[in-house]
Ligand binder design. Structure first.
Ligand SMILES: Nc1ncnc2c1ncn2[C@@H]1O[C@H](COP(=O)(O)OP(=O)(O)OP(=O)(O)O)[C@@H](O)[C@H]1O
Ligand SMILES: [Mg+2]
Length: 399
C-alpha cells in the first residue's frame, strides 16, 4: 500500500514553509537546499495548534491542490478570493507543494503573471531512487507550460507544450494509459476525500437509488445506506452492533422509499416503539453515522481529511472515533487520515508520532513539529500519561 510519506507547503497563507514527514528533496521555488528528511508520516496524522496557527489552512491546502487538478490554478485561486489572498505576505510569490507518495515525488508551484492571473510556474513528478543507490528518475517536468515527459521503460523523451498554462500537466498526461505512474498519481489525488459533512445536508430527502460512496457534504447518506442494505448487510449490522447500538442505543437503521421515489432514513432506538426519521435525528448521531459509513466504505478514498471532527460529538466518543479509524485502516482499507483538532480527548487516543503541533513565530508564520520528536513527551507517554492530558497541561507548548 502506498502512502503519503511527506508533505511540504511553501508560501500558502500562514504556512510559509512547513514540512511534515519525509520528502527527501529540496524545494525548487527558491535556492533553499533544506530538505525534509524526518520519519515518514503515519497512517493517522493529527495536527493541533492554537487559533489562527494554520490548521484550516493546512486542510485548505489539500483542497487547493485538488481544485488545481479538477479545474485549474486560476479557478483554485478565485475560489479563495484570488492569488494575493492566498500567497504568503512578503514571500517570493511562488506557492509550492511537494507530496511524497510512496517513491513518487510530486511538486507543484503556482504563481501569478503581471496581470495577476495565476498559472503553473513549475510541475514535476519523479521517482525517487531507493536507499540502495538507484538513481532518481523523472516522469515529467514542466515550466510555464513547456517541458518533457519520459516514456516508461524506453526512456525516450517527448516534449510537452500545454495550450493553457493554468492547467496541470498531471490532469492531461494522467489520462493517458501509456504513463501508468502518472495515471496512478492523478487517480490518487482525484480521490482525496475532504470532509465537509453538514447535518442539514444529511437531513435532506434524496431521490432513491443506491450510491457507493458518501458525498463530501453527506447529502447522500440515505443512498449509501440503501447501497449497504443491498450489498453489505453484514457491514451495516457490524457498524450497528459494534458502535451505534453500544454507544448511542440505535438498534436498526433502514431506508424507506416513498411513493414519489424519495428515500427516507428510519432509525430505531432501544426502548422506543416508533422509528425516528432523519429530520428528527440529532446532529452528532448523523455525523457519527456518516463517519462510520465513510470509514467502512469497501473501496475507501486513499486520503481522508477531517477538520475538527469533534464538533458536535460527545467528547467520550472521540476515542471511539479513533478506534474505528484504526479498526478499518489496520485490517481492511489502508486509507490515510489527516485530522485537525482542538480536542484533548481525541489526542489522548493517539501516539506522539501521530501528532503534529503548529506554532506561530514572531514573524506571524507557522512552524510545525512532531510531538514524538520531543524525548520528554515521548517518555511521559511511555510512562502512561495520555498525550491529550499533556497538551492540556501545556507540556506540548514550545515556550
Ligand atoms: N496570505 C496570508 N499570509 C500570511 N498569513 C495569513 C494569510 N492569510 C491568512 N493568514 C493568517 O492565517 C490565519 C488563519 O489560519 P487558520 O484559519 O488556518 O487557523 P486555524 O488554526 O484553523 O485556527 P482556528 O483554530 O481558529 O480554526 C489568519 O488568522 C492569519 O493570521
Ligand atoms: Mg480553523
Amino acid at each position: 500500500m502506498r502512502f503519503i510519506k511527506g508533505v511540504r507547503i511553501k508560501n500558502y497563507r500562514v504556512l510559509r514553509d512547513i514540512s511534515l514527514g519525509s520528502i527527501h528533496a529540496p524545494a525548487i521555488s527558491t535556492d533553499s537546499e533544506r530538505s525534509s528528511n524526518s520519519e515518514p508520516l503515519t497512517p493517522i496524522t493529527v495536527v493541533i495548534g492554537r487559533n489562527g496557527y494554520g490548521k484550516s489552512t493546512l486542510c485548505d491546502a489539500f483542497g487547493f491542490i485538488v481544485d488545481c487538478l479538477k479545474s485549474d490554478a486560476e479557478q483554485a485561486c478565485v475560489r479563495r478570493g484570488g492569488f494575493d489572498k492566498i500567497v504568503s505576505e512578503g514571500s517570493d510569490r511562488i506557492i509550492e507543494f511537494q507530496i511524497r507518495y510512496g517513491n513518487l515525488l510530486y511538486t507543484l508551484c503556482i504563481t501569478a503573471d503581471d496581470y495577476n492571473v495565476p498559472f503553473v510556474y513549475a510541475e514535476t513528478l519523479s521517482h525517487i531512487g531507493s536507499e540502495f543507490g538507484n538513481r532518481d528518475t523523472m516522469n515529467f517536468f514542466a515550466n510555464n507550460g513547456a517541458g518533457k515527459v519520459v516514456r516508461p521503460n524506453s526512456e525516450s523523451v517527448s516534449d510537452i507544450h500545454l495550450a493553457d498554462r493554468r492547467r496541470l500537466v498531471l490532469s492531461t498526461l494522467g489520462n493517458l494509459t501509456q504513463f501508468p505512474d502518472i495515471v496512478s498519481f492523478r487517480e490518487f489525488l482525484d480521490s482525496w476525500y475532504l470532509c465537509y459533512f453538514s447535518p442539514d445536508s444529511a437531513r435532506q430527502t434524496p431521490l432513491a437509488g443506491p450510491q457507493r460512496h458518501l458525498s463530501r457534504l453527506g447529502d447522500n447518506l440515505a443512498n449509501v445506506i440503501q447501497y449497504w442494505e443491498r450489498e453489505h448487510t453484514g457491514r451495516l449490522n457490524d457498524m450497528l452492533g459494534r458502535v451505534l447500538g453500544k454507544v448511542l442505543g440505535i438498534t436498526r437503521i433502514e431506508t424507506y422509499q416513498t411513493e414519489d421515489g424519495r428515500l427516507l432514513l428510519r432509525f430505531f432506538e432501544r426502548g422506543l416503539q416508533k422509528p425516528f426519521y432523519a429530520p428528527q435525528m440529532s446532529d452528532g448521531t448523523l455525523k457519527l453515522i456518516a463517519y462510520l459509513l465513510l470509514l467502512g466504505d469497501p473501496q475507501p478514498p486513499p486520503l481522508i481529511c477531517f477538520e475538527e471532527p469533534e464538533n458536535g460529538l460527545y467528547h467520550k466518543l472521540l476515542g471511539t472515533f479513533i478506534d474505528e479509524i484504526r479498526h478499518w485502516s489496520d485490517g481492511h482499507t489502508g486509507s490515510q487520515f489527516f485530522i485537525t483538532t482542538h480536542q484533548p480527548y481525541l489526542v489522548d487516543a493517539l501516539t506522539p508520532k501521530e501528532v503534529w503541533i503548529l506554532d506561530k513565530g514572531s514573524d506571524a508564520f507557522a512552524s510545525i513539529r512532531r510531538a514524538g520528536d520531543d524525548p520528554i513527551v515521548q517518555s511521559m507517554v511511555e510512562e502512561g500519561l495520555p498525550l491529550g492530558a499533556l497538551w492540556f497541561s501545556e507540556y506540548l507548548d514550545s515556550e
